[in-house]
Write a protein that binds this ligand. Sequence first.
Ligand code: URA
Length: 433
Amino acid sequence: MRMYDLIYRKKTGGELDEDQIRAWIQGVTDGSVPPEQSSALLMAICWRGMSTAETLALTLAMRDSGARLDLSSVPGLKVDKHSTGGVGDKTTLILGPIVAACGVPCAMFSGRGLGHTGGTVDKFSAIPGLKVELAEAEFIRSLKETRFANSAQTAAIAPADRRLYALRDVTATVESIPLITASIMSKKLAGGAEALVLDVKCGSAAFMKSKEEAEALARSMVAVGKAHGMAIKALLTRMEEPLGWAIGNALEVMESVEILCGEHEDSVLAQLSFRLAAEMLVAGGGATSLAEGEAKVAGVIASGAALDTLKRFVALNGGDARALEDFTRLPQPIHEEVVTADRDGFVTAIDGRSLGLAAMELGAGRKDLSDPLDLGVGLRIHAPVGRFVKKNEPLLSVLSGGRFGPEPQTLASAFSLSPQAPPENPWLVGQIA
Ligand code: URA
């Protein structure tokens, strides 16, 4: 089989069969396919697309390019969640312990942050001592003892994806629905997920800007998951303003703990986390309906069982669980500067992307994967969308470690103020099952 023929076939609108796709991915993994040929095929896939059968074959070939976690010794359907990334999105820290406390094993792999969105691994790493990259035996022990495990993806999982992603990054071929689908789903399958809930974001601060694009990605991932026999559902959610009051790693741990303590229950962050958790319970067989799932979620928040699960997970994996009660044990910023409103008005919108980029400049995120993080810094939003503020009242605090370049008050421009209250704007814009 010649790579030239595969490239030509895809370029001219043909379909690749499973053997051809496997041969390509094998060559990517062992280095026998040169990057220029993979790049050409990636570009042809971007233009010509892939059928569900081709996307599934690519997903499975990428899954099989490296190690696969065997979670069969853990009873129950193992459930995971994937979010396409948002500013201030700390839902994993909240819903993982909730789902586990409801009795469903929650086996999650997460990423590090890059650009304006943060990564779950970085948020967990703000808890002193917590091991964020678990070996297989540690991951399984955590699942067995607390029903919750979260780890950074190890290099052994789906190595073909890492190589292809590096090529996609420099050849403008990231934005392709079959390639994104195979990249995400191959890692989830290799990680042992049997049930999956997707949170596909759309909006100005999301990867997918329009609802149509988000819906197409969700449909593609759900089709591949179902074709593989997975229990899978996608929610389409808005991502314009940051999720919650905290942007920055230790701050996001604090906010997650507050939500697990039953605070901020009307916030979009709490509602989204609770809904995703309820969907995970349904997908994982822990509830027979969404209403039952939601009741179970409310139960483990009220009883404190969800917070207790998070503490046990942290303690088991080397972390300081007391930091979840005494936030002074978490990394701290050095300076706080308050950004104020320049006039009276309702907050009608907050530009999540620009605040995400500001948090990155502060050191809460990375421009490059090798950048060091300052885990204590970030932004604290005082005036969420819908709040009326008077001139000179606080909009947000900039919590820095002394590395912030721009004048903090310039961040006031991320807040749109209007004499009229904003209309209700539901966070849930669709679902694909
Ligand atoms: N995240 C991934 O893991 N892969 C993609 O292709 C895009 C986002």
